[in-house]
Each structure stands twice: as structure tokens, then as C-alpha cells.
Design a binder for this molecule. Structure first.
Ligand SMILES: Cc1cc2nc3c(=O)[nH]c(=O)nc-3n(C[C@H](O)[C@H](O)[C@H](O)COP(=O)(O)OP(=O)(O)OC[C@H]3O[C@@H](n4cnc5c(N)ncnc54)[C@H](O)[C@@H]3O)c2cc1C
Length: 383
């Protein structure tokens, strides 16, 4: 397995070398989707790595998927344009019917079908997912969707969307986590017929959008799993997502550390390399130690996941520690570069903006701390 992971890392690095800083700078400047990069990753089979071989994927585990995304980020690229293609299908794989799996998974594995959009967050509910207001109402052989999502990333570049909607009002269920359902919405058929997508311009090039549902009709068999169990299905996928995002953070952190180290060796001020000053060395060394420690937690979480366990504690800690490590490394790298850290051509300011996201999404640092406090340490629930 170790040899296989090493080969995967080398393969990803070679692919990423075809997409240097100039490529990402141009995309960032024009806020354009990095379609060529996504196509290359798809063709190489990396995005189908978690799909079992029987559906045309490579049937690898999360450790391999994490290595792919870490290398993408370590190479200065960004997996956010397509990482959801890797793991969003997990909900269909675990909870979908045999017919849904046969219909969708082979196309997703080949990249012919893009399942990149994940519609959970809403403007009024925020982190309080059970307060979502988007509803799905059964009418004959259709579901009718009404509501709005926000921050639905890649919706314009995806064929399918995994959507969470309320099928029973919150005041009609015993527990507020009940009464929500998951749907696989085919957006190719839906656009202009009750589905509208509007891009949101953000501080990073993320192809994120808001999505409006105005009486969109989808077929009855778009429901994934059982009606009313959607919240649990979404939670089931979150450990994988957190571990993979943590791996991206590790990649970013390592990119910042390598970049800062190289610059500190070559930049000469006061007649000596700036890296000779402990004021420059120590923050780099600290970022390195922090990143290596976070990497141990990411590896552990991925291993437990691959062993078939449900590593909620480890996945959350991995995301927290890796996001903190990447943000600390970003700050250190910018400081090491002085004024040049702000110049586009060094890529530091772009990566700095990009890695800042992980303090907020896909789950914010505060909510992870709440999880650890409540579910690991048994402290009283705070909200
Ligand atoms: C670029 C981008 C892409 C995204 N992509 C997707 C996507 O594809 N699909 C999707 O569904 N969502 C997506 N999101 C949404 C993302 O998951 C949320 O932004 C994130 O979970 C935080 O929710 P919120 O923005 O509603 O913040 P809020 O819930 O409004 O919280 C605001 C702040 O208050 C804090 N806070 C809230 N409640 C508490 C509490 N009880 N205790 C302590 N602190 C608290 C939060 O930590 C946060 O810092 C994306 C967001 C961004 C910015």
C-alpha cells in the first residue's frame, strides 16, 4: 500500500506540474473555473478513486484520496474545483438504491457525469442545518422543491446536485434532525424550469453560487434512501469530507513552508540571508512542527475510516489542526516574503486567501470545538 500511495503522489505531482502558478493566477484574476485541470485529474482517474471497482472506479480508500488532494495543494494547485466529485457520491454509494448506483456511479467514475454540487447551507439557517427552509413536497410521481440554498459551490459546473430538503416541517417531528431528505437533482433538466443558479463573487476563485428552487419538479426516484433520514445520511459523509479537506490544508501548509524556506535562504538583506535570523527561522520551524503534528492526526483519521470505523473525533480534530496549521503557515509565509508576499507573481497572496477558507468551511472552527467539548469531553451542549 505504501508503494501504491508513493506512486499516486508522484503521478499527481507530475500532473500538477502542467498547471503552474501562471495558470492559477490567470484563473484567479478572471474568476474562471479551472476546467483543464479538472479534466486532467478526471482523465487520470483520480476523482473516481473512492468509487468501487464494480462501478468503474479504482476502489481505493480515503488514505489514497487524501494523498491525492494533499499533493494537489502542495503543488500550488487547488482541489476545491473538483474535490466534491470524489466524496459526494459516498451518500449515493452508502444509501442509494441499486438502480441509482447502477445509473449514476459508472458515469461519475468516468467523469462523464459531474456530481460536484452539494446543496445544504441556506442563508437563514447557517450552521443550524435543521433550520433549513427548503421543502420537498410529494405530488403524484414527482417531488416539488421550493426554497433557496447559498454557497452551493460548482453548481454551474456540475450535472447533478445532492440536495437536502425538509419533507416534514420541523414542528411536526419528534426530533428536529428528523424529517429532512436527500435528493439527487439532475440540474441539466432543471435549469430554467424552476431552478436558477446565480454566481457569488468571493475573495477566492471558488465557483460558488446561490441556487433558487421555485416549484422545481423532480421525479419520485430522485429521493436517496428513506424519506426523513437525510440529515443522518449527510452526517455520514462528513467524516470523509473533513479528512479530505484536512489533507488539502496539509498540502497548503507544506507549500507555504517550502516556499518560505526557499525564499529565506536566497533573500539577502543586511548582507546575509534573512533565514539566518532566528526571527525568520523560528516561525518557519514552528509551522513545520505544527504541520507534522496535524499530519499524524489526518493519517490516523484516514486509517480508522479505511478500517470501517466512524472516526468522528479524529476527523474533526484532523480538520481543526490541519486548518490551523495551514493558516499559521500562510501567515508565516507572507511575513517571510515581506512586501513581495503581496505581489501576485509569488502566488503567496493567492494561496493565503485560498487557505483562509478552511477556518470557515466546510465547517467552522468554532463548531468543531463545540463538537469536541460536547461529544468528546461531555461538556454541556452550548447551543
Ligand atoms: C467559499 C465557500 C464555499 C462553500 N461551499 C459550500 C457547498 O458547496 N455546499 C454547502 O452546503 N455549503 C457550502 N459552504 C457553506 C459553509 O459550509 C458555511 O459557510 C459554514 O458551514 C459556516 O456557516 P455560515 O456561513 O452559515 O455561518 P454561520 O452559521 O452564520 O456562523 C457565523 C459565525 O458564527 C459562528 N457560530 C455560529 N453558531 C455558533 C455557535 N453555536 N457557537 C460558536 N460559534 C458559532 C460560526 O463558527 C461562524 O464563525 C461554503 C462556504 C463558502 C464560504
Amino acid at each position: 500500500m505504501e508503494e501504491e500511495i508513493k506512486a499516486i503522489r508522484e503521478g499527481v505531482r507530475a500532473l500538477c506540474a502542467r498547471f503552474p502558478g501562471e495558470y492559477w493566477r490567470e484563473k484567479d484574476r478572471t474568476r474562471t473555473y479551472p476546467g483543464e485541470f479538472v479534466a486532467a485529474l478526471t482523465e487520470a482517474g483520480y476523482l473516481g478513486c473512492l468509487i468501487p471497482e464494480e462501478y468503474g472506479g479504482s476502489g481505493l480508500g480515503l488514505t489514497a484520496a487524501a494523498a491525492i488532494l494533499e499533493e494537489v495543494h502542495r503543488s500550488g494547485c487547488n482541489g476545491a474545483a473538483c474535490h466534491a466529485q470524489m466524496y459526494t457520491m459516498g451518500t449515493v454509494l452508502r444509501h442509494g438504491s441499486a438502480a441509482q448506483k447502477a445509473r449514476y456511479l459508472p458515469g461519475i467514475a468516468k467523469g462523464e457525469l459531474r456530481l460536484q454540487a452539494f446543496g445544504v447551507t441556506e442563508p437563514t439557517a447557517g450552521t443550524d442545518t435543521t433550520a433549513i427552509r427548503t421543502t420537498a413536497t410529494r405530488r403524484g410521481d414527482k417531488w416539488v422543491i421550493v426554497g433557496q440554498k447559498v454557497w452551493t459551490s460548482r453548481a454551474e459546473h456540475s450535472d447533478l446536485m445532492l440536495l437536502l430538503a425538509r419533507t416534514t416541517p420541523r414542528d411536526k417531528v419528534h426530533r428536529k434532525t428528523e424529517g429532512m431528505s436527500v435528493f439527487l437533482v439532475d440540474m441539466r433538466e432543471a435549469k430554467g424550469k424552476g431552478l436558477t443558479i446565480r454566481p457569488i463573487r468571493t475573495m477566492i476563485n471558488h465557483a460558488t453560487t446561490e441556487v433558487f428552487f421555485e416549484g422545481l419538479e423532480i421525479p419520485a426516484d430522485a429521493l436517496v434512501g428513506e424519506e426523513g433520514k437525510g440529515f443522518r445520511y449527510i452526517l455520514d459523509g462528513m467524516n470523509a469530507e473533513r479528512i479530505l479537506i484536512a489533507a488539502e490544508c496539509l498540502g497548503d501548509a507544506r507549500w507555504f513552508i517550502e516556499k518560505a524556506t526557499a525564499y529565506a535562504k536566497e533573500r539577502v538583506v543586511f548582507g546575509r540571508p534573512i533565514g539566518q535570523n532566528q526571527g525568520i527561522q523560528f516561525p518557519i520551524a514552528r509551522a513545520y512542527a505544527q504541520t507534522e503534528a496535524a499530519a499524524l492526526m489526518v493519517e490516523r483519521a484516514a486509517r480508522l475510516y479505511d478500517e470501517g470505523q466512524r472516526p468522528g473525533k479524529e476527523a474533526n480534530m484532523a480538520k481543526l489542526l490541519a486548518a490551523d496549521a495551514s493558516w499559521a503557515a500562510a501567515d508565516m509565509c507572507l511575513q517571510t516574503h515581506g512586501g513581495f508576499g503581496f505581489a501576485e507573481e509569488y502566488d503567496v497572496e493567492r494561496k493565503f486567501r485560498e487557505t483562509r477558507l478552511y477556518q470557515v468551511a466546510p465547517i467552522s472552527t468554532n463548531l468543531i470545538l463545540s463538537y469536541i467539548a460536547e461529544h468528546v469531553l461531555g461538556l454541556p451542549r452550548s447551543y
